[in-house]
Design a protein around this ligand. Structure first.
Ligand code: PRX
Length: 650
């Protein structure tokens, strides 16, 4: 999609509407439109008053002096206040009946299970916090976590938060190079990993990748290894420690360290359109408040609910809606280690039946896979415990929405299509299940405290049904504070496109009812299976191969993944062939990880470029998608390049 100055054409026509059921509304946290409007208006007109009231939901060691200081991009929330995220997610529940309530219900891919109550989770978090201290981690340090979806990941996160160290989680599907880049950028002192993890019955050798990454790391001093798969790993004396060895002698006494509201809670790397990944930095008070309130409003979390978000904790969705949001609310959160189709395509539905899951939050890419696998799988299981469904990660196609509504929700469960980003920390635009009449494919309206607009590059607001840039006009507590180590890039990336507003790359339109329809990204970032990938990083990986001279990567529509990855590659000499194609695919997997596996590699003698040398991605996108080129090609430098690419179209 091109960055518009006048508007983006919208082609989606969807008129079905689904009002909330009165039984649901009656007991919802936000149960009337008037209540929402009152909250939204108050938050818009008096953000400090509104958020100051909300912040009483958290436990503070020291109350703030000022709710909001500064204007975007330099905002501070709850200035002078002190709290601890781990205390809010654990200790405060121990003073209530929730002490022995299940905090995490975990299931491993091979079928092993573990439930940790709040008391048990607290104990392990305190012990691991003491282990980190023993390894030399101090308040203000960074700890990299490269783990499978096992309880130790949540324990390590909360242990870092407990002592005021920032965690930097690297998704377990990323490669050794990605671990090295991220831990170097964050200057991590310790890495916590596992011998391996399970994925579709196969091992993911995490410790091996860490060993490789450490050849390129200058800052990591210690490695902690969780025994998960039991495979052999090499342990380096005085550098590598088994988790269970450290824990066996660790005390379970560890007071939560009071930190300033603006103290860093974590760094999470996300793809940008240019350069290296961006280390999105979130701070404690604002982030925790945002995730706590949105979990309650959007998922309508109740004490008795069993809640399951299927994301990996390595992504922001897992940070905010498996760990911090649910635990701060004292909820029971389900965590599953493996793939949805292992040992068969009924696994998710079996988990819902087994734990009587009430709230289920997943991604459109998963929903499309379920549709492909057929209705027989969910129909075999009792899904009657479900009362609310959620979607996140990319626009959900109306037909996938309808399937989710009918086959999984039995036309009974409201669907919350939640729009947000790594940078926003918490859900921004979403239906509120007790009051919103939903429309398939629309994330509907902004939550209280969120003031979006759809504008041209010049900042002019666009009328209904005209696509433009989705921006935020007001700051909100859970927004990122900087890109780690590069504050200039932070200002440039998010605050320079539209004067005075936050913009992070999405196009959208509103309809005649004021509902927002997100149309996808306007920059060179792909959304593959709900994960943001930078075309630039994949191109760099390809060019790092000795035979490649130039590469251009574009997305194309993909039935399951939403967007597939198509790479146009120019070689230094000679022609491409099948074996080189395979080699390049594995080269990209090695450099970035399996999630960046190219779907198509097209060898070409040249790439279409403008006279100034810019690759014309729009044309490549058309070719990758098998579309006729209809756009303007007058700036194309060498028309023969395009003709050749068309000739070779398969
Ligand atoms: O393009 C939007 C898409 O995912 C991007 C954010 O990606 P990430 O930072 O990895 O976070 C994903 C999980 C929050 C957005 O810029 N996106 C996310 N949710 C939706 C969405 N697009 C449309 N509708 C959504 N519900």
């Amino acid at each position: 999609m091109q960055t518009p100055s006048s508007g983006i054409q919208s082609t989606l026509q969807e008129h079905r509407k689904f009002p909330p059921r009165p039984e649901f509304s009656a007991s919802a946290h936000i149960s009337t439109v008037a209540q929402y409007e009152q909250m939204w208006n108050q938050a818009k007109d008096d953000p400090a008053g509104f958020w100051g009231e909300m912040a009483n939901q958290l436990d503070w060691f020291k109350k703030w002096d000022k709710v909001l200081e500064g204007t975007m991009p330099e905002t501070k929330w709850f200035v002078g206040g002190q709290l601890n995220a781990s205390y809010n997610c654990l200790d405060r529940h121990l003073l209530t009946w929730r002490k022995n309530k299940a905090a995490i219900i975990w299931e491993g891919e091979p079928g092993d299970r573990r439930t940790l109550t709040y008391l048990e989770l607290h104990r392990e978090v305190c012990q691991f916090a003491n282990c980190l201290k023993r390894l030399g981690v101090r308040k203000g340090d960074r700890v990299a976590l490269y783990l499978p979806m096992i309880p130790e990941l949540a324990i390590a996160m909360l242990a870092c938060a407990r002592i005021g160290a920032a965690h930097s989680i690297v998704f377990g599907g990323f490669s050794a190079d990605a671990v090295a880049d991220r831990s170097n950028d964050a200057q991590a002192k310790v890495i916590v990993t596992a011998d391996g993890g399970w994925r579709r019955g196969k091992d993911v050798p995490l410790k091996k990748a860490v060993d490789e990454s450490l050849k390129k790391s200058s800052t990591v001093e210690k490695v902690v290894v969780v025994r998960r798969t039991g495979w052999h790993v090499d342990m380096v004396p005085d550098r590598d420690y088994w988790w269970h060895d450290l824990m066996s002698s660790a005390s379970a006494d560890c007071d939560a360290e009071p930190v300033d509201s603006e103290h860093p809670l974590f760094i999470l790397y996300t793809s940008g359109s240019t350069g290296k990944p961006k280390g999105v930095l979130h701070t404690t008070g604002g982030y925790l408040l945002g995730t706590t309130m949105t979990s309650r409003w959007v998922f309508d979390l109740k004490e008795e609910d069993t809640y399951w978000c299927t994301a990996d904790i390595g992504w922001i969705t897992g940070h905010s809606y498996i760990v911090y949001g649910p635990l701060s609310n004292g909820a029971t959160t389900v965590m599953y280690e493996g793939a949805p189709n292992w040992p068969d395509e009924g696994r998710f539905w079996e988990i819902i039946e087994r734990y009587r899951v009430n709230i289920f939050y997943t991604a459109p890419t998963a929903i499309r896979a379920f549709i492909k696998w057929g209705d027989d799988w969910p129909n075999k299981y009792d899904l009657s415990s479900l009362r609310l469904l959620g979607s996140v990660g990319e626009p959900i196609n109306p037909e996938a929405w309808m399937w989710y509504h009918t086959v999984i929700g039995a036309e009974r469960c409201p669907i919350v299509d939640t729009w947000w980003q790594t940078e926003t920390g918490a859900i921004m635009i979403s239906p509120l299940p007790g009051i919103t009449e939903t429309k398939p494919g629309s994330c509907t309206r902004p939550l209280p405290g969120v003031v979006p607009a759809i504008v041209t590059k010049e900042g002019a607001e666009l009328p209904a049904n005209s696509g433009g840039l989705l921006v935020m006009k007001q700051p909100w507590p859970s927004m990122l504070r900087t890109l780690y180590g590069d504050h200039e890039r932070f200002k440039q990336t998010y605050f320079s496109t539209v004067e005075g507003c936050y913009f992070a790359g999405d196009g959208a339109r509103t309809d005649e009812d004021g509902y927002i329809w997100v149309m996808g990204r306007v920059d060179d970032v792909l959304n593959v299976a709900g994960h943001r990938l930078s075309t630039m990083e994949i191109e760099s990986a390809l060019v790092s191969h000795s035979l490649v001279s130039e590469a251009a990567v574009v997305g194309f529509p993909h039935e399951i993944k939403g967007e597939g990855i198509c790479c146009f590659v120019t070689l230094k000499t000679g022609d491409g062939n099948d074996s080189l194609e395979k080699e390049l695919i594995s080269h990209v997997r090695k450099h970035i990880g399996a999630l960046a596996t190219p779907d198509k590699i097209r060898f070409t003698a040249g790439l279409p470029k403008t006279r100034s040398g810019k690759i014309m991605r729009r044309l490549l996108r058309d070719i990758a998608a098998g579309r006729e080129q209809t756009g303007d090609t007058t700036t194309l430098e060498d028309f023969t390049v395009l003709a050749k690419l068309r000739e070779n179209d398969d």
